[in-house]
Design a binder for this molecule. Sequence first.
Ligand code: PLP
Length: 451
Amino acid sequence: MTQNHHDADRQFSLHPYTHLENHQKQDPFVITRGDGVYVYDDHNNRLLEGVSGLWCTSLGFSEQRLIDAAMKQLQTLPYSHLFAHRSMLPAIELSQKLVEHAPEGIGKAFLVNSGSEAVDAAIKFAWYYQNARGKKNKKTFIARKRAYHGVTVAAGSLTGLPYAQDGFDLPAIPVIHVNTPHAYREAHDGETDEAFAKRLAEELEATILEAGADTIAAFIAEPVMGAGGVLLPPADYFDRVQAILKKHDILFIADEVICGFGRTGEWWGCDTYNIKPDMITSAKQLSSAYQPIGAVLVSNQMYDAFEAYSSELGMFGTGNTYGGHPVASAVALETLKIYEERDLVDMVKQRSPHFLERLQALQNHPLVGDARGVGLIGAIELVKDKDTKEQFEPSEKMNAKVVAAAKERGLVVRATPGDSVAFCPPLIINDDEIDELFDAMSDALAAVHSA
Ligand SMILES: Cc1ncc(COP(=O)(O)O)c(C=O)c1O
């Protein structure tokens, strides 16, 4: 049976983010079931899910309340939509709850099906807003190198990772990628965090002035860059960036697709880093990934401009068949209720110190140059020489070797750019499971080092 479905997978599935030629030469990693923070493969091996799938299953794999919420909604109203003044209870209640939990100034929620769709919608909303107030030249976006904002044509253009763009003719919309706030690699020798943040902010302003502030629609940033390698902003960075954006009348889109809902130890990454966004894009932990759903949260100021624009353009001409899907909305609503009842922020704050302590301890390993994290997200960066920070040749694929060694020890973690390995366990992980995660990681590092 196993071999049959492995053959069928190779024959019929076109896999995302997969080396297609290699996929034909190896067996797929088939997950068959989940339980708490664990998943099982088709050989019945149990593995600790150290990245919550794709940074998303915050409540683990067996939250009965989410299953019940989906069943109940399927039995009541399996489908309806939000077009042309129609509405439905799960989407109304979810939008209300999202706005209630959003940072000050956010007034509306627009429901979509994924993180990429959320970013695509935010891009359109930025253009729409600038057009609505007569700033018709404000078309260009500023993103950061190593950012991840999704894969659709517009969102994928803002992503700053060559592997997600090469061969696909991206970027396809006007975007400028500025430097990455990654002190370990990008700060000059002896440069303090503050000086590094100041330099990045000055570079951002120079970029804006060179392009012309009247051509820049919005700046987009993940509070903590996730898929790019879990890169934490230096102190002051976002304060300085926001001051410059304000000065030049540029919108701030906070891409909270990974950071949102407790991951960094506050409800939003914006709370952790004192960001006052014009829009928030979210998905993933919004429903603990039990249903595909995303949301764009929009400021009152932007919404007022949209509404005023109706008198000229008529309807707000955008939306998806499944945007606000009742089953996805009901599951997301139940997820948010669970976060409220269990006090999401407190839950992460309780677990984070042990997680970060074990993460930092990996820094003592000869292969680990940097260990960084916040809340319940972190990464290690592998180096050949800790003193000089010299990296391994990319062809050595060191982080892939560590990820493979971890898998042999019952742990799923993820290789991320810059020879890093990322950790982002379900928020329900307990201290013993955190120990299990880092014990397996230490063993994996030792095995790769001695090979
Ligand atoms: C910050 C960020 N934005 C957008 C996306 C795209 O989300 P999706 O894969 O749901 O389209 C991701 C996915 O990892 C992400 O991490």
